[in-house]
Design a protein around this ligand. Sequence first.
Ligand SMILES: *[C@@H]1O[C@H](CO)[C@@H](O)[C@H](O)[C@H]1NC(C)=O
Ligand SMILES: *[C@@H]1O[C@H](CO)[C@@H](O)[C@H](O)[C@H]1NC(C)=O
Ligand SMILES: *[C@@H]1O[C@H](CO)[C@@H](O)[C@H](O)[C@H]1NC(C)=O
Length: 524
Amino acid sequence: MRPFAAWATLFTSLSASVLAQTQITVNVASLLQEIDGFGVSQAFTRAREFYETDPIPRQKGLDYLFSTETGAGLTIIRNRIGSTTNDSILPRSPGSPSGAPQYVWDKSDSRQVWFSQEARKYGVTTIYADAWSAPAFMKTNNNEANGGWLCGVTGRSCASGDWRQAFANMLVQYVKYYADEGVPVTHLGFLNEPDYVVSYSSMQSDGNQAASFIPTLYNTLQSNNITNVGLACCDSIGWPGQRTMTSQLVAAGMERYLQIITSHMYTGDPNSPMATRLKTWQTEGCDLQSRWCTTWYSNGGLCEGMTWANKLHTGIVSANLSAYIYWQGFEVNQFQAASYLVASDGKEVIPSGRLWAFAMWSRFIRPGARRVSSSGSVSNVGYGAFKNLDNSVVLVFTSNSGSAQNVRIGFQSFTPTSAIAFVTDNSRAVASLAVTLASNQVTVAIPPRSVVTVQLNKVIGPAPNPITSAPVSSTSALPLPTSTASACAINKYGQCGGQGWNGCTTCATGSACTVINVMYSQCL
Ligand SMILES: *[C@@H]1O[C@H](CO)[C@@H](O)[C@H](O)[C@H]1NC(C)=O
Ligand SMILES: *[C@@H]1O[C@H](CO)[C@@H](O)[C@H](O)[C@H]1NC(C)=O
Ligand SMILES: *[C@@H]1O[C@H](CO)[C@@H](O)[C@H](O)[C@H]1NC(C)=O
């Protein structure tokens, strides 16, 4: 193991920097929301495509998503509970709501079982299973797509009867099948964007209609002795819509049945807390506009890593989120889209700036961590502070500043004994960064347009990326990083050119910028 404590001690003899510093103070005893983690989905055949990728790129893809050494260290996956005749565990109607259901289980679930099992090998224990719709025969429109309501919810009845209990039974059966495969589902949802009607799996609901089903689902779990699955609602298309649904759920007394309030971000990002005592998760967000890009920062576009670094910061620090989940993790030959974090052409595997934005949080702030309060602000730099279950303390700085900022961090109810720091910016991905520890204060220079993660009192790992440059020499007192284009170097597999590319075009030693197609050149 790398003796972090030893080389941090080296810094303690350094005198304070001569550069101007902003002082902030972290109160480690003042605990805020618990962090459950960060994650992705492989819904809608993406788990199957991942599974069918050649073994070497497949393993690289898994490492990029889940490794705390070389990847993002993600800790949550979101699976889709199928509702079509070829992916539902209840493809055929039992004739009536009280008819005997003929469940079908192929032990694969479009390879989401495999994906979940692989994630578990990296220590992932949070599995959110979510239904986009009930099967067609349980709905007002007799179709699992195009909206429609679950028969029996408030204001929606069907000639075929009230299917709420049958739907609850089916969802509980799905949880049991996963348990049989060694994958305990920890969170269960039954809606996806219920305020948006689309021509694929979708089912409508408002908060009151959800409240007319939630106790049935809760009681069905209880009567099956399943007490460790938390219910989640409602995966609204955006934060404003979920606010409305949450207020209806709270008014209807649903907080006693639910564990998590869930929302997407397509019509509005999480920007301030939901009015609930429950945890809140952002369960699906992505760039639906751009082609695949690996850019960290260029012009603030939606596919850039820095953009998602800001969304993560705002969600966790300003909106009290306990989890943040991007849409998809790994996709093959989908270079027309940026709705996922890691791309492959079937041979090479390419991480995005978005992946590294997640890494700056998820590698270091582990499930069960608590956000802690702090005081002091840094010009154009947002930050959050966290206490892990192992008592290490993590600060994540998100800088939108065009120049470097020096920050000195003091603590209440905590004594820092070692400090390490990592940076992601236009030329580095989770690379070591100089940090000093002296007189119980930690000082770090935050480079422009970067995320810097500082970890205190962490003795073992996580290691920096092996592909990045060595830590800055400990003999220089807080050098401000240079940001000249010529000093840049793209890591192997990173983007170095292509139509519209404004970023660095120099590859790190050991790789060369190679034209893949007109849109995309890569360091290989
Ligand atoms: C279900 O099967 C049909 C026909 O084989 C196919 O077109 C469709 O993509 C499948 N749906 C899913 C969700 O797998
Ligand atoms: C639940 O547990 C109780 C008490 O142990 C037992 O009597 C009952 O049969 C169990 N129910 C199911 C569905 O397993
Ligand atoms: C933040 O979320 C927690 C639940 O995780 C809740 O208890 C707390 O009241 C929320 N804080 C604010 C300011 O909304």
